[in-house]
Design a protein around this ligand. Structure first.
Ligand code: ADE
Length: 223
């Protein structure tokens, strides 16, 4: 897979993708990630890429010119062009799974008040939000999307079965609590059932706990 990230802050987008599992996936050639500075496509002598919103209002809007030149230049035939914006569709694991099968992602990061809408109409395939809150820029959101996608690439998690098992779990149910050694930590014990060796009982306990946790933390999921 190839990923291009177009942003005013390539270092912010790339630094979370330059360590640990994601860096190993890059080193193994599973993914090639490149950051691009949007200002490189500005024709302004001060490298400006924004202007005030038509119709008035606060903040600045990314101009269509530099975005058009950059996206047209980076886009290929097999490219999925994604805009990171709080106005996008909320990102879910099912969409992450679909995106992990794409050959080329071009991730465009919004900034300030937003992006001139003509660019969205002409060049953006989909708008994605990573949650109902507003970040200072889309570069952090792009890194979140990349991390979620890259960990699903075959081989990224090494010998671990985590990604495969995950795809069989109910997306409307949170996972049950987990524990490891020591069995007694400052007087707090690991639940007896998890040490029983009875896999049927353990599975039932995890189902109950998952349901209770979902009801408590995510009543919106309605398991
Ligand atoms: N840019 C700013 N906030 C964002 C969000 N919540 N999701 C995606 N991109 C963003």
């Amino acid at each position: 897979m190839k990923i291009d990230i177009l942003t005013l802050f390539p270092d912010i987008a790339l630094s979370p993708l330059s360590d640990s599992i994601i860096q190993r996936a890059r080193d193994a050639g599973l993914v090639e990630i490149r950051g691009h500075q949007l200002r490189d496509w500005s024709e302004d002598k001060h490298r400006r890429v924004d202007d005030s919103p038509c119709g008035g209002g606060p903040g600045m809007v990314l101009q269509p010119g530099p975005l058009f030149a950059a996206i047209s230049g980076l886009k290929q035939e097999n490219t999925r062009v994604i805009l990171m914006t709080p106005q996008g569709a909320p990102l879910k694991q099912a969409r992450v799974r679909e995106l992990s099968t794409e050959e080329h992602l071009l991730i465009v990061c919004g900034h300030y008040e937003g992006v001139d809408h003509r660019i969205i109409e002409e060049l953006i395939d989909e708008e994605i939000s990573i949650g109902d809150y507003v970040l200072t820029n889309g570069a952090i959101a792009a890194a979140v999307l990349c991390d979620a996608v890259i960990r699903l690439l075959p081989g990224a998690l090494g010998g671990s079965q985590s990604a495969i098992e995950e795809s069989f779990t109910d997306p409307n149910l949170l996972e049950a609590p987990c524990y490891t050694r020591p069995v007694d930590f400052m007087g707090k014990k690991v639940p007896e059932v998890l040490l029983s060796g009875n896999h049927g009982k353990i599975a039932r306990w995890r189902d109950e706990q998952a349901l209770a946790r979902t009801t408590q933390n995510r009543p919106d999921l309605k398991p």
